[in-house]
Design a protein around this ligand. Structure first.
Ligand SMILES: [Zn+2]
Length: 342
């Protein structure tokens, strides 16, 4: 059933000439996914929910920490105290803002295995991630499916945003053909971050998304938006499609095929390693697992936390685990094999 008038709460937005009544009705029917719910995704998801996006899919693999609160303004101390997964804390907070929107919240990692299912029927994908593997996976998938997506990244006092419309504007690999080696890319752990920088990127991503779903594709920013509020710099950098782009010109999809990235990743700002869910896609019986794990500190419907050999390990129901207190993937994989299983 299609509503024939915008909801009163969106009246000021519908009055804005760029959106109007028809644009607002399109927003109410829109299906948007926000991938990653940290400094970028938690902010863009909130703006999109307040704007009246009808169907929001939100997905994040991590749990909240106190140091997130400085910039992830959707969350509260209560969420941190409960050690909630970000996807669950975001679902709860967004429904408190607007209980009528449809939210599908997934405590999961976006992978080549689940991306068709997670992003099924989505019109626009918003990048709220902090890692290159997931971004290049999204780029592969969105170009293959001809779905627009909105790239975002922020570190220290600077950030970037760019809307990729497959076949029309440059894709991620037209601009950044390969992800930088980790040692060359500063992250929030090494370089820190101010909320003004990440917030600006997230706001720009939300605006780009609203243009795409409200019928204003002509207003989309054509280029790479670059913000540095600390140094007072705001600009739109010109970028061109690469006629030899491996992704949008030559059709290569190594991340989507699972040839790049093995599910073991260092989590930005966490001194932690994530071990991906096993290929079998096993669903763990957390209750039974908790009974045989050492030093269980917390059990919930979403996760079990335990300490092994001085490392706090968070095990999720899909078999993923986050090993804290190390940036060594080999050590993390060893602990995973020893305590959870190979
Ligand atoms: Zn390209």
């Amino acid at each position: 059933m299609e509503p024939n008038a915008p909801r009163p709460r969106h009246s000021r937005q519908a009055r804005f000439s760029g959106i109007g009544r028809d644009g607002q009705l399109r927003i109410a029917q829109a299906r948007v996914a926000v991938v990653g719910l940290g400094a970028l995704g938690s902010v863009s998801a909130e703006i999109l929910a307040r704007a009246g996006i009808g169907h929001l899919t939100i997905i994040d693999r991590d749990v909240l920490e106190e140091s997130n609160l400085q910039r992830q303004i959707l969350y509260s101390e209560r969420d941190v105290a409960e050690r909630l997964p970000k996807a669950e804390a975001a679902r709860r907070a967004l429904l408190e803002i607007d209980h009528e929107i449809n939210i599908r919240a997934l405590v999961d990692d976006l992978t080549p295995r689940n991306i068709d299912r997670v992003l099924d029927n989505i019109q626009v994908v918003v990048d709220g991630t902090d890692n290159f593997i997931t971004r290049y996976l999204m780029n592969d998938w969105c170009v293959a499916k001809n779905i627009p997506w909105v790239y975002g990244a922020a570190v220290s006092s600077a950030g970037f945003a760019m809307t990729c419309i497959p076949g029309t504007t440059p894709c991620l690999r037209c601009v950044f053909p390969e992800p930088p080696p980790p040692e060359d890319s500063p992250n929030c752990e090494t370089a820190g971050i101010i909320a003004s920088a990440s917030g600006m990127v997230a706001m720009a991503q939300a605006a780009e998304t609203l243009k795409l779903v409200s019928g204003n594709i002509q207003s989309v920013a054509r280029g790479l938006l670059h913000f540095d509020p600390w140094n007072g710099m705001y600009k739109l950098m010109r970028v061109e499609r690469d006629p030899a782009c491996p992704c949008c010109a030559r059709g290569e999809r190594p991340w989507l095929r699972g040839e790049r990235g093995d599910g073991t990743v260092s989590l930005c700002g966490r001194n932690s390693i994530q071990i991906g869910a096993p290929e079998s896609g096993l669903a763990l019986r957390l209750e039974a697992m908790a009974a045989r794990l050492p030093d269980v500190a917390r059990k919930s419907a979403f996760l079990v936390e335990f300490t092994a050999e001085d490392h706090l390990i968070t095990l999720f129901a899909d078999g993923r685990a986050i090993v804290a207190g190390t940036s060594d993937p080999a050590l993390a994989r060893t602990l995973y094999a020893r305590y959870i299983g190979a």
